[in-house]
Design a protein around this ligand. Structure first.
Ligand code: FER
Length: 469
């Protein structure tokens, strides 16, 4: 930078500062307000002032004055306001002096790439300008103090008031890939449209662990233009604790959000037309209030009822890739069958992987971990899942799991613990990442999402296109 540039920079800064006097700057007698920081001094220019000029101060405790030739130096002793005046060559001079004790709102910030934060200096009326010493890591708006992090690293963001530089040290970390926000559900995707699928029901007898049969009902979504001469992929969607068969699809007259989402996703070719089934692992309406019952009912459902009773009832009636609904027919069509569930339905998804993956290829556990013998245990789950894959000889192409939850979900810590353990001790699971896009499992965490059914459309919107590829 040339001297000329520096000078023009100084003039520019002085122009921006207006009538506010900075430390060491000379004030013209016409300027009436003087700011000084406690512990610092400001020298103002006062024509014809001498070392003997008598200055009167309204509050002596606040400032200390040092008289000079054509100048006056004001030192800030204590936070507060005062006025000073003097008569010089018959003319009266008066200044309002404000002693400030500025402080920065944050001295340290730790943030993830792409996030924003705002810093301020409290306790000052003076103008100041923020700057970043590492603008490729952190950029800052000079006036508002809004910080945006751009890349991993360290940066100091600072502003000078008087003689003091106020500085905030910013540490920027990359967002873990799995905690990046999911793609938003496009607006309008939860509205009803003309090209809509139909929700119908299928009744069947569900065989229980003790061999008795229970009358069961499942809701079935048939996509718009369903044609029994065609073959359709199919997904089974299981509700959570205390939920029911209406949780995903609703009914034909009162469609649920997932049903409406499917209509849009199919219409817009986000996915191929698909049949969706919403059954229940419960056998009576009182089951929902009992966790222990849910665990054992889920075990029977995923091991027996699903494959022996439900799938034959649904896929015997509607056209899927299953040429027959005996076990061989279901095995041969497993690449066209998926299973998903939320919360306790997520437990049922993991259990279906372990009990019935001969007949299913795609799994989307949402906000629930894989319990072993009815309890959450990351180590045992990772071990059981790994042993199972080894026994089956499963490689990268043999299944796909899209496990998803929210950072504020009550299932987050258990699910994350299980996934972390799997990454350590379950080599059959190949986790997908940006650097290794091929694999058989992906774990995603939606920032801020809680344990709520409200996130189902978001999870389906992001997960379903990974099915049936
Ligand atoms: C989990 C957290 C919560 C989980 C299930 C729940 C299967 C179920 C809660 C409920 O139904 O109240 O990790 O895993």
């Amino acid at each position: 930078m040339t001297v000329k540039h520096i000078l023009s920079g100084v003039c520019m800064a002085a122009f921006i500062m207006g009538t506010v006097l900075g430390q060491g700057q000379k004030a013209d007698a016409a300027e009436k307000k003087v700011y000084v920081t406690k512990g610092e001094s400001v020298t103002i220019k006062v024509k014809k002032a001498t070392r003997k000029t008598k200055w009167k101060s309204s509050k002596k405790k606040i400032i200390k004055l040092a008289r000079g030739k054509n100048s006056l130096t004001i030192k800030g002793k204590k936070k507060g306001k005062t006025t000073i005046s003097a008569r010089i060559a018959g003319k009266k001079y008066k200044y309002k002096v404000v002693v400030e004790k500025p402080s920065i709102s944050k001295e340290e910030i730790s943030m993830e790439v792409g996030k924003t934060a705002t810093i301020k200096i409290k306790g000052t009326k003076r103008k100041y300008k923020w700057k970043s010493n590492n603008p490729s890591v952190v950029k800052v708006n000079g006036t508002s103090g809004k910080i945006t992090s751009l890349s991993e690293g360290l940066a100091d963001v600072s502003a000078k008031i008087g003689k003091t530089e106020y500085s905030c040290s910013v540490t920027v970390k990359n967002v873990p890939e799995e905690e990046k926000p999911l793609a938003k559900v496009p607006s309008g995707y939860l509205s009803e449209i003309k090209e809509k699928g139909r929700v119908t029901t299928v009744q069947y007898d569900g065989t229980q662990a003790n061999g008795t049969k229970v009358k069961k009902l499942a809701y079935v979504y048939l996509p718009y233009g369903y044609d029994e001469k065609k073959e359709y992929d199919i997904i089974y969607c299981l509700h959570g604790g205390e939920g029911d068969t209406k949780a995903y699809l609703g009914t034909n007259d009162n469609p649920g959000n997932v049903k409406k989402l499917l209509d849009h996703m199919i219409l817009n070719k986000d996915i191929k037309p698909v049949i969706a089934v919403a059954p229940t692992y419960y056998t009576s309406s009182s089951d929902g209030s009992n966790m222990g019952t849910a665990v054992s009912k889920i075990e029977n459902f995923t091991k027996n009822e699903l494959v022996n009773d439900l799938i034959p009832a649904v896929e015997g009636k509607y056209s899927t890739y299953a040429k027959t609904t005996d076990l061989q027919g279901l095995k041969d069509s497993r690449k066209h069958r998926g299973y998903t569930g939320f919360s306790m339905g997520s437990l049922s998804t993991w259990r279906t992987f372990l009990n019935s993956s001969d007949y299913f290829c795609f799994f989307m556990p949402m906000s629930g971990d894989c319990w072993v013998n009815g309890v959450s245990n990351a180590g045992k789950a990772a071990e059981e899942l790994e042993n199972y894959c080894k026994k089956k000889g499963y490689g990268e192409e043999d299944f796909f799991i899209y496990a998803v939850t929210g950072s504020k979900d009550i299932a987050y810590s258990a699910m994350k613990a299980q996934i972390d353990k799997m990454k350590k001790i379950s080599p059959s699971f190949h986790f997908i990442s940006e650097s290794s896009p091929k694999g058989n499992i992906s774990f995603r965490v939606q920032p801020g999402a809680t344990h709520s059914f409200a996130y189902l459309p978001l999870y389906f919107y992001n997960g379903l296109p990974k099915y049936f590829k």
